[in-house]
Design a protein around this ligand. Sequence first.
Ligand code: CTP
Ligand code: MG
Length: 234
Amino acid sequence: SRTAVVIPAAGRGVRLGPGAPKALRALNGTPMLIHAVRAMAESRAVSLVVVVAPPDGAPEVKTLLDDHALPERTDFLVVPGGDSRQESVRAGLDALPDGIDIVLVHDAARPLVPVDTVDGVIEAVRDGAGAVVPALPLADTVKQVEPREAGLPEPVVATPERARLRAVQTPQGFDRALLVRAHESVTENVTDDASMVEQLGEPVVVVPGHEEAFKVTRPLDLVLAEAVLARRRA
Ligand code: CTP
Ligand code: MG
């Protein structure tokens, strides 16, 4: 079986604050996207990486990939993304060639995921799971609320049992045909790919995630990411 990774990297990064698109911001001098591509290409099982660039940024991203050393065994494609993460992933899926039967979807915003986590997801799909997500137990208790305008106290509706909750990361791994079917039939907005498979009524399983697979979302996450890189170099 051949495995490809789709890397949605087309987001603006509004929560990170003003500046270049998030995936192109530097971590220790190297764009976040390059760290993410390297993290995927480090897995010997990955033969193709499809990068979904900001809508008008595909040429710039192509140049960036050409300028950074990447393993010879891995092929690369760059396609322009869309207005939502879902549309961007869809653009990546549309670009996949024949012969790929396992697809991983990995956020460019999770640049530091260890290769063992990537391989664990691929292995679970190879072992027969149609959809696999890496995830971790939560540190915080989570409450469901009745949303109110910003600044107003929000009534609590429920407190789900923390021990049964998981915080979900990427790469998420799929049987290619199943993920394509999910993207063709689910139209409402979702925050991850596995939830589209769930909406088809198909099973999704969880494998262990990793602390270093955290998503760079807010400014403090950049501080953490650079600290992780510094620790790796020490
Ligand atoms: N993404 C994408 N296309 C979009 C929106 C998001 O490819 N239209 C990608 C981002 O580039 C990122 C991943 O989806 O790698 C996860 O999204 P998120 O962390 O929310 O990134 P942004 O949408 O860029 O950030 P924000 O929501 O703060 O604007
Ligand atoms: Mg977003």
